[in-house]
Design a binder for this molecule. Structure first.
Ligand code: PMP
Length: 337
């Protein structure tokens, strides 16, 4: 038996293993299904014919997403988490390398390498903004550029004009808006003007469905058509499809939670303004090396190596969780002085 060299040398995704009572490390929603919907979800479970395959491309969810975003079904492909769509994006476009802009979500590099693309990192600038000129210098032979806005783990969005400048080159751009619901504005509408743009969204963050694994990509019908060709059949299970549809039908409940988390993020930012990077996501990047200290006090946050070694990324939780976090971090800060 021979294993591919790429696989032998591969580092698996590290989700961070330390788990504490208060989990502020994975950018999940602190809220599970809204109480109002639990009965409905159970009702759906009862009705499910799990002996039958679901519709192969999740068309019922595609229809609802299209209505929700003023698009057509042909502009949408659904996936088992947006993670799966990142993977599809790395075998779709011709070219030799993928451009990524670290510090950013590690799965772009992961899937690009696994699927045989070289990776060209073009680091974000000092304020974690896009260095467009440097990106443009790396587009010759590029299969795809991955951008993440709001960017994980820095939290800031990228200037729309800079994204457009990259799109204008005609190179395929995958714009990951996993945290788009928490931002003041998104770039989803750019897909109407740029057929080289694919926008990724997920139900794992604002919709609180990380465990159900639902994401989608939106783009020009031509590129979406090609994605549909390479995706495995039945990639979304019947149950996840129905739960995601139910949440879209009751978006007002989701909206309330987004508003609550956004307000909590602003409060946390104000409390730790000296250390926090501006964020339009459900997390804050803080220039404090406090992860071990917090873990000892029952709170897990994300830590990093390299350029962000002195930082933590803190997922916004419930008011109670944020207050406990605040208390612990204030003692960390006063211990340092
Ligand atoms: N994109 C970004 C930027 C993320 O942070 C994450 C999850 N951490 C994902 C995509 C993947 O989300 P999922 O597969 O749960 O949709």
């Amino acid at each position: 038996m021979k294993i591919r060299e790429t696989v032998k040398n591969f580092s698996p995704y590290n989700p961070g293993t330390a788990e504490a009572g208060i989990r502020m490390d994975k950018n999940e929603s602190p809220f599970s299904l809204p109480e109002e919907l639990k009965g409905k979800v159970l009702g759906e479970l009862e009705k499910l014919t799990v002996n039958r395959y679901p519709q192969s491309s999740g068309d019922s969810l595609r229809e609802k997403l299209a209505d929700f975003h003023y698009l057509k079904k042909d502009n949408i492909v659904v996936g088992s988490g947006s993670d799966q769509l990142i993977s599809y994006s790395t075998h779709l476009f011709a070219g030799k390398h993928a451009v990524v802009t670290p510090p950013t979500f590690s799965m772009y590099r992961f899937y690009a390498e696994l699927n045989g693309l070289d990776v060209r990192p073009v680091p974000l600038g000092e304020d974690f903004g896009l260095q467009v000129k440097k990106i443009k210098d790396n587009l010759n032979g590029a299969a795809v550029v991955f951008l993440c806005s709001p960017n994980n783990p820095t939290g800031n969005t990228f200037d729309r004009g800079k994204i457009v400048e990259i799109l204008e080159t005609g190179v395929p751009v995958v714009l990951d808006e996993a945290y788009g619901e928490f931002a003041d504005e998104t770039n989803m509408n750019l897909i109407k003007g740029y057929d080289n743009l694919v926008v990724l969204r997920t139900f794992s963050k604002a919709f609180g469905l990380a465990g159900a694994r639902v994401g989608f990509a939106a783009g020009d019908s031509d590129v979406v058509g090609h994605m549909l060709r390479v995706k495995p059949p039945y990639n979304l299970n019947s149950f996840s499809l129905r739960v995601a549809e139910l949440l879209l039908d009751h978006y007002e409940l989701v909206r309330d939670r987004i508003d609550l988390l956004t307000e909590q993020r602003k409060k946390l930012y104000n409390r730790f303004e000296r250390y926090s990077h501006p964020s339009e996501a459900n997390f804050l990047l803080m220039n404090l090396d406090a992860s071990d200290y917090l873990l000892d006090r029952g709170i897990s946050v994300r830590s990093f190596t390299g350029r962000l070694a002195e930082y933590i990324r803190v997922t916004v939780g419930t008011k109670e969780e944020n207050d406990r976090f605040t208390h612990a971090l204030k003692s960390y800060i006063s211990d340092q002085i």
